[in-house]
Design a protein. Structure first.
Length: 364
């Protein structure tokens, strides 16, 4: 097992900078998801790690071995693509065996043991003799995963492997994938733009934007303590609300708080302050309550898992609220919002700052 060390790596295509002076260590034996919007550089970073692309400057190391200049086959890294090349006329077992057959140091017994192990973890033992052409897309990807991990390379990279798999099969594939990675403990890099997938699979997520890593953290931290307003906005469905905040003595005022909110830690004056709060941390009611602010119900929609997403206009700004109860008010009617101060974070110039609500839970 090895760490993947990204050392001051830049990648330019002509004058365009796809990866911009990146530094990161992707830890050994862990699953790191590269997550981010289209075009942020995920695939480029992955292709450089595996050796399909060369960085313009900087170094990529596996452990303490500098990979610069080494072709893919010398890097001991497996890869699963969106559209893996599968041999239709070979069986599941034969496909998984292919890379093992090339390794002459393996005995026939060891080869068979590895194949059986992978088939077990993927729950495909009873389908070992089926031809690839007889499988659905999800099962084919399972075989591709099996083939990549059976080699026991130090590192395995996955490039959006569930893209072409329908939803139900996708969930099964992700579950199988998680079992494989837990069992085999290889260093895994998994590229996705699907946040649910990243949050489910990853030990750590590298959230990328414009060729940089915005935040590299455990999924729960990324969600609960986004380091930037971009991270707060990108994660969550819908993402975090942001409202302007104004520094006052001992705290801040926002349009989601009825009066000044006492803060521990200073908001320095003169910067672009904003408060962030997730839609599920705002209560919605027909009646005012201590600390609530009035707003106008704009619309309400059913979200996943039977919850509702309401949009409420407060002082001209739309606030998203996730709620279990539909208010009695109709569209255009008055409702009241209660933003839990303990769940508010503060940002200056896009970055989270240390100021937290006094007595809040935020440093947990
Ligand atoms: N060979 C290339 N030549 C020129 N520009 C490129 C090349 N490869 C990638 N790019 C550009 O680099 C940027 C990053 O691309 P990349 O494919 O790494 O993004 P991504 O985050 O993987 O996006 P997606 O989720 O859409 O696959 C994009 O703007 C892309 O157009």
């Amino acid at each position: 097992m090895v760490d993947i060390v990204i050392e001051n790596v830049t990648k330019r295509f002509g004058t365009f900078t796809a990866i911009d002076g990146m530094n990161a260590v992707f830890e050994d034996g862990a699953v790191t998801c590269l997550l981010g919007p289209s075009g942020c550089g995920k695939t480029t970073l992955m292709r450089m790690i595996v050796g399909l692309e060369t960085q313009t400057s900087g170094r990529i190391l596996f452990g303490n071995r500098d990979m610069s200049g080494l072709p893919p086959r010398k890097r001991n890294a497996g890869m699963v693509f969106q559209y893996p090349v599968m041999y239709q006329t070979l069986s599941v077992e034969e496909n998984i065996a292919l890379p093992l057959n090339q390794d002459k140091s393996l005995s026939a017994a060891e080869r068979q043991r590895r194949i059986d192990e992978v088939l077990d973890v993927l729950d495909m033992r009873d389908r070992r003799k089926l031809f690839i052409g007889d499988l659905d897309a999800g099962s084919r990807q399972k075989v591709a995963v099996g083939r990549a991990v059976a080699r026991r390379s130090d590192i395995v990279l996955f490039d959006e492997p569930t893209t072409n798999v329908e939803v139900q099969a996708k969930l099964l594939l992700i579950r199988a994938f998680k079992l494989v990675t837990q069992r085999l403990k290889q260093t895994i890099i998994y590229v996705t733009h699907d946040q649910t997938e990243a949050m489910t699979l990853a030990d750590k997520v590298a959230l990328m934007r414009n060729g940089r890593i915005e935040q590299y953290d455990k999924p729960a931290n990324l969600y609960n303590r986004p380091a930037s307003d971009f991270a707060g906005w990108f994660l969550g469905n819908p993402g975090m609300n942001f409202v302007p905040a104004r520094a006052v003595a001992g705290g801040a005022e926002t349009l989601l708080t009825a009066g000044p909110l006492a803060l521990e830690g200073a908001l320095e004056g003169g910067k672009d302050f904003r408060a962030g709060i997730r839609p599920e941390h705002i209560g919605l009611s027909d009646e005012a309550r201590p600390g609530s602010v009035p707003g106008t119900l704009k619309d309400i929609n059913v979200s996943i898992a039977g919850r509702f997403i309401a949009r409420v206009t407060v002082d001209g700004q739309d606030i998203k609220v996730k709620t279990d109860r539909v208010p009695a008010a109709r569209r255009g009617g008055q409702v009241h919002l209660f933003a839990d101060p303990a769940e508010m974070s503060f940002y200056a110039d896009g970055r989270r700052i240390a100021a937290v609500p006094a007595g809040g839970q935020h440093n947990r």
